[in-house]
Design a protein around this ligand. Structure first.
Ligand SMILES: *Cc1c(COP(=O)(O)O)cnc(C)c1O
Length: 419
């Protein structure tokens, strides 16, 4: 045997991306997305998902067809029901919930306002005046809650959490009381990527006689769960992150069916009325989830998310979750080998059970590295004061991209650290 012709590979690189991409059963789906020339590594799928090729076709068809030819008739034919039809599609594919409980409407912020205010009012009727939240929540959640509390004479009770994790059942148990009207929880921490315990925290809220409102922005479409099984009361989530609905795509609101008759949302408008075209002299809310609509629904904004929902339905959320964990495992391995020696700290839980689809890395020089990274087509996102988040959207991200991205971060960081 002539060993010089066929040498055994010497020290194969244990962090090589190629074998991981070759073995990835979902690798082919990357081609379903619109190519992004000049982008070497898109690591911000948790802030803005990439567009699908199918969406480009859907937009063109929509302009020529439903809008261009159907004109105003399309409201009767399909658009009036589009917010609840799309809501049902979201419910079935990614919320693990039965139809009739989800509607697509305004921005996340506005729907949080509607959901939290409606729930608070239910609690206030029973003499409960506290909104419970934690200090790790996304700014808009905290701002909306403080505004509602001011409007309604309610009290905000804060839970302090470990920023490398997030809110836990025991922290909630210690903070709920007979004064709690509503507990607001971010399912996944936008900072650490920690997954909060949907079912346990909801149960603890219920045991205290309170309701739970969940913000699903960073979990929907990438972490499997069932709102129905967890007995969740209300939930709101983004569609432009892992649901690829496009910039400013409207959010969805879920409300458990048995609560509908009691929930009065604060922006009552004609589109949430029992009979939209009756042009009645007084407001009578629609009987079901439609009552959460206010004005004319943003139909154009709901188009793209339907393509991603089709794709998620085709692939299955469990497979998406498996790739998400493989990608974040790989990001950790690269970071441990290449970034930790430069003083970078990973601020995301390593345990699969409580880890969503982004990895947060911290270093005080990260802010200064961002312009060079973006200029080189490496796009992570930065969060004050010192965090880079690698947001790995499973169907549009390759292992090679993660490697390219981390290597570029190493280079940019070295450039800042060396004199
Ligand atoms: C992205 C995000 C939002 C965004 O709210 P908008 O009204 O869509 O701007 C809200 N909450 C969380 C947890 C988020 O991650």
């Amino acid at each position: 045997m002539n060993s010089t012709h066929d040498p055994a590979p010497r020290n194969p690189d244990p962090l090589d991306a190629a074998p991981l991409d070759a073995a990835d059963p979902l690798a082919a789906y990357v081609d379903r997305f619109v190519p992004a020339p000049g982008v070497a590594a898109y690591l911000d799928g948790n802030s803005l998902g990439r567009p699908l090729r199918a969406t480009a076709d859907r937009f063109a068809d929509f302009v020529a067809g439903d809008w261009g030819t159907g004109l105003i008739r399309s409201w009767d034919d399909r658009w009036m029901d589009f917010p609840t039809e799309t809501g049902d599609r979201i419910a079935t594919v990614v919320l693990g919930s039965a139809p009739g409980q989800t509607v697509v409407g305004d921005s996340t912020t506005v729907l949080l306002y509607k959901a939290i205010r409606a729930t608070l009012e239910l609690g206030q009727r029973q003499g409960r005046h506290e909104i419970l939240l934690d200090d790790d929540q996304f700014p808009t959640d905290r701002f909306v809650i403080e505004g509602i509390a001011r409007e309604r004479g309610a009290t905000v009770r804060w839970i302090r959490v470990d920023p490398a994790l997030g809110v836990t059942p025991s922290l909630v148990r210690d903070a709920v009381s007979r004064d709690t009207a509503v507990v607001v929880v971010n399912h996944v921490s936008y900072r650490s990527g920690f997954i909060a315990d949907l079912a346990s925290i909801t149960r603890i809220a219920h045991e205290a006689g309170a309701l739970a409102v969940w913000d699903l922005c960073h979990s929907v479409g990438v972490v499997p769960f069932s709102l129905d099984d967890a007995d969740v009361d209300l939930a709101v989530g983004c569609t432009y992150k892992f649901l690829n609905g496009g910039p400013g795509a409207p959010a969805f609101l879920y409300a458990r069916a048995d609560l509908h008759p009691a929930l009065e949302q604060p922006i009552q408008g004609w589109m949430g009325a029992a009979d939209v075209f009756e042009m009645a002299s007084t407001f009578e809310p629609a009987s079901g989830i439609r009552r959460f609509l206010s004005g004319t629904p943003p139909i154009v904004g709901m188009l793209a998310m339907n393509d991603m929902l089709d794709l998620l339905d085709e692939v299955g959320l469990e497979s998406v979750r498996a790739k998400s964990l493989a990608l974040t495992d790989y990001a950790f391995a690269l970071s441990d080998a290449l970034l930790a020696p430069l003083g970078v700290v990973a601020a995301t839980p390593r345990e699969h059970r409580i880890r969503a689809s982004h990895v947060t890395l911290r270093h005080e020089a990260f802010r200064a590295t961002l312009p060079a990274l973006w200029a080189g087509g490496v796009v992570p996102d930065f969060r004050n004061p010192d965090a880079l988040r690698l947001g790995l959207s499973p169907l549009s991200t390759t292992f090679a991209e993660v490697r390219t991205g981390v290597e570029a971060i190493v280079e940019a960081l070295r450039g800042r650290l060396e004199p």
